[in-house]
Design a protein around this ligand. Structure first.
Ligand SMILES: [Zn+2]
Length: 372
């Protein structure tokens, strides 16, 4: 979900990103409000007013979704869970946690605070509508729509299927009851899939009754929910599998050390061509750094005969390391948070292997966790 996103700013130190699909939704919402939703309900406005109120409503809708996500994020940080970023996309948003909650109570409050924020916003806009209903039709139109949309947003997210907020609330309750997060996740996922199929069947039934537009929309939501349930469950399954295995089981040992004094040209011709993908840099039998393929790619090709490894390597002090007995999940988290694609595996100060991102991927593939 981090692909095709743009960072639009930061709030409380959290990067706020927008998925490209949001621009499409933004245009679609503005257009449908101005062209077909407002005109029959509020006749007699000028075209400029329809578009102006449409645009303002879309922006406030966007801010409402943002506040819902921000509530999750701030509650997470309050509980000591760092937030990586907030991504707003087609059906709302995702607050990306770098860690999962440690206790059912934390997950319960974190999940519930989002829909509660949406309900609070619905109430707020409802009050504005109540105060302006007879006197100011543009503001009344704007606030009715936002009250309705925030109510729907809160209610939709409370559907008790993982990974929706309601599904997380359900999972936290099952987790507290069973003391087993994996089993709780499985049950909450099944609940999510059952609800998804209900949406799909109901959508299909509507289509058969001739209500094509509504039916397709409902079926699409069902398909989306089913997909989300499967993807989230797979992530949890992968996390559990990786946590059970050690770095030494997946690391590469075929990493012949290179000297810091050779040039990039030599490295590419002698090592990369022969298939080596990890490059520990050793000086006087001591590991001093790592060279990654992405680093090499950033150096202009015509300078390769002059540039030495010393100039492009990541010094060891700046490299996060792992030990052979560390869990694979912890190692993967380290790679993600430090934004590196390989980690030196060090035991008693000595390099015993390299853990590459692709090592972890093929480990997951071999274990057959990912069913396609
Ligand atoms: Zn939410």
């Amino acid at each position: 979900m981090t692909k095709n996103t743009f960072t639009i700013g930061r709030l409380f130190g959290i990067p706020i990103k927008v998925h490209v699909s949001w621009f499409l939704i933004f245009i679609l919402v503005t257009w449908s409000l101005a062209a077909s939703y407002f005109p029959p309900r509020y006749p007699g406005w000028s075209p400029t007013l329809y578009w102006g109120v449409g645009l303002a409503t879309s922006i406030a809708f966007f801010l409402s979704v943002l506040m819902h996500e921000l509530a999750h994020s701030l509650m997470a940080e309050w509980n000591g869970l760092p937030i990586h970023d907030i991504v707003l996309f087609i059906f709302g948003g995702v607050s990306q946690l770098t860690e999962e909650p440690e206790a059912p109570r934390t997950e319960f409050t974190m999940a519930l605070v989002g829909p509660l924020t949406s309900f609070a916003l619905a109430l707020f806009f409802g009050v504005i509508w109540f105060l302006t209903r007879g006197s100011n039709s543009p503001i009344a139109a704007f606030s009715t729509y936002l009250a309705y949309i925030n109510l729907s947003l809160g209610a939709f997210n409370l559907i008790p299927g993982f990974p929706l907020d309601g599904g997380r609330v359900l999972r936290s309750i099952l987790w507290a009851m069973s003391n087993n997060l994996e089993r709780a996740t499985r049950w909450a996922t099944i609940a999510g899939q059952v609800i998804a199929y209900m949406f799909i069947f109901f959508g299909a039934w509507q289509i058969l009754r001739g209500r094509l537009g509504d039916g397709l929309w409902i079926a699409f939501i069902g398909w989306f929910l089913d997909n989300a349930a499967q993807t989230s469950y797979r992530q949890v399954a992968i996390r559990y599998m990786l946590a059970d295995h050690r770095v030494r089981e997946a690391m590469t040992q075929a990493c012949y050390p290179i000297s810091p004094y050779i040039t990039l040209e030599t490295l590419v011709n002698n090592y990369i061509v022969s298939g080596q993908r990890c490059f520990p840099v050793m000086r006087d039998d001591r590991l001093v750094g790592i060279v990654s393929l992405s680093r090499i790619r950033n150096v202009p090709r015509d300078t390769w005969p002059q540039v030495t490894i010393n100039a492009v390597m990541v010094p060891l002090e700046e490299m996060p390391q792992v030990r052979p007995e560390d869990g694979l999940w912890a190692a993967l988290e380290k790679m993600t948070t430090q934004q590196v694609d390989q980690l030196p595996v060090v035991k008693d100060g000595e390099l015993v292997g390299m853990l590459l991102h692709e090592n972890i991927l093929s480990f997951i593939r071999q274990r057959g966790v990912v069913r396609e």
